[in-house]
Design a protein around this ligand. Structure first.
Ligand code: SAM
Length: 385
């Protein structure tokens, strides 16, 4: 790949998942991988944009950096955007600014700000948008329309330490929306956190997977996808990058056909939940995910479930600890369950709530702090001897 074909890319993720995203990107062989806060930067060409969107299990989005400029005040924010659009000779992986910013494309623009003088993100977005359309008028004599729904160009401005960076979001709906989970229960786990939990466990794909409190089945679906080598993007029908200039359907079709490592083709899944509605949701989600035939789902008490012959992987995301004292007892009971019934297995507990699983009574091999939406959570990893 020549230097002029190289894009500066960023994959974003939930806080705490950076190491898993970094490992995934290294596996995909992209260049210049650098861990950041809630993101990993890397370099590559457009096919890497398409492949990372299709294959990353722990990312939220894949963004292309279009330019960085001084954004110390409103005038500077607008001037930088205007220059970026009207400057000739600017190109990203072979797509020049003149093609990318043609006014027939609709756009949306959102801003974030950190450690900067300007903090009002709506105002920042407005200033950059003004500069952007002024640049289009300078260059083409007309401007793009703003489209909140389904824009052709999904733009983001990150203002950090008074430096503005314009990024093109190539993912649209966040990548954790894989498309298999149409039915959920209270407090479902986001798919990329579930995938990170499985990847963090170090599970080699061998032996059964049990979730004794499976809810809508997210942990089981993600474990199956990893064991079977199913790409997380396989159920998406449309990607925003397909509408960008330079998209090559035949290359993306090859990417979709690439075989992934499948360490556990014979995996079996066991999901238990005391709520019939949860088991019904898990049933239809696993069916859509294409792994229902491997699954045994039961309404019942996860504490009474007799595990299949192991060792394997036990995963659980209980909703405990709204009140501290009550949470403590429940965590201890779960710790006893893991110790007594899953000896020799690997275990991952996704812990939220006030106690964050501190009272489980087992020593985790590792405790990984993460953010689950607005909430603090922990991934607790255990080798159950
Ligand atoms: C936080 S939810 C799990 C969400 C799940 N990871 C998902 O993505 O949908 C916790 C689940 O544990 C179930 N549960 C709680 N105690 C249980 C028990 N003793 N046996 C079986 N299920 C239990 C609840 O019914 C609930 O569906």
């Amino acid at each position: 790949m020549s230097e002029s074909q190289t894009l500066e890319l960023t994959a974003t993720c939930a806080l705490g998942l950076e190491e898993f995203l970094e490992a995934e990107l290294r596996d995909l062989g992209v260049l210049g991988v650098e861990r950041q806060r809630a993101a990993v930067a890397f370099r590559g060409g457009w096919p890497d944009v398409w492949r990372t969107n299709y294959r990353l299990r722990t990312a939220n989005r894949v963004l292309v950096r279009l330019g960085t400029w001084n954004g110390q005040d409103g005038d500077a924010l607008a001037a930088g955007a205007r220059n970026l659009v009207r400057r000739r000779g600017r190109s990203w992986g072979g797509i020049d600014a003149g093609t990318l910013f043609r006014p027939h494309r609709t756009f949306s623009l959102r801003a974030t700000s950190s450690a900067s003088k300007e903090r009002d993100t709506r105002w920042i977005a407005l200033k950059v948008k003004d500069g952007f359309v002024d640049g289009q008028r300078d260059r083409y004599g007309s401007r793009s329309d703003v489209a909140r729904e389904d824009p052709d160009l999904n733009l983001r401005v990150w203002l950090h330490k008074n430096q503005a960076t314009l990024l093109l979001d190539t993912s649209g709906a966040p990548l954790d929306r894989r498309g298999y989970r149409l039915q959920t229960v209270a407090a479902p786990l986001r798919e990329q956190l579930a995938a990170a939990a499985i990847l963090a466990s170090g599970w080699d794909g061998q032996g059964p997977v049990v979730d004794p409190m499976c809810g809508s089945g997210t942990l089981l679906a993600e474990a199956a996808a990893i064991a079977l080598g199913q790409a997380p993007g396989r159920l998406r029908e449309r990607w925003p990058f397909e509408a960008l200039p330079g998209f090559k359907p035949e290359v993306f079709s090859t990417i979709r056909g690439e075989a992934l490592h499948a360490p556990g083709p014979n995996v079996s899944l066991f999901g238990i939940d005391r709520e019939p509605a949860a088991i019904a949701a898990a049933h239809s989600n696993l069916e859509r995910a294409g792994c229902l035939a491997l699954a045994t789902l039961e309404v019942g008490d996860g504490h009474r479930f007799e595990p299949p012959a192991g060792p394997g992987l036990v995963v659980v995301n209980p909703a405990y600890g709204e009140r501290l004292a009550e949470g403590r007892d429940q965590w201890r009971r779960l710790g006893d369950l893991l110790k007594n019934r899953y000896r020799g297995w690997q275990a991952v507990v996704v812990a939220g709530g006030e106690t964050l699983g501190k009272t489980i009574g087992l020593r985790p091999r590792r405790r990984i702090p993460i953010r689950n939406g607005p909430l603090d959570a922990r991934l607790l990893l255990f080798d159950l001897y």
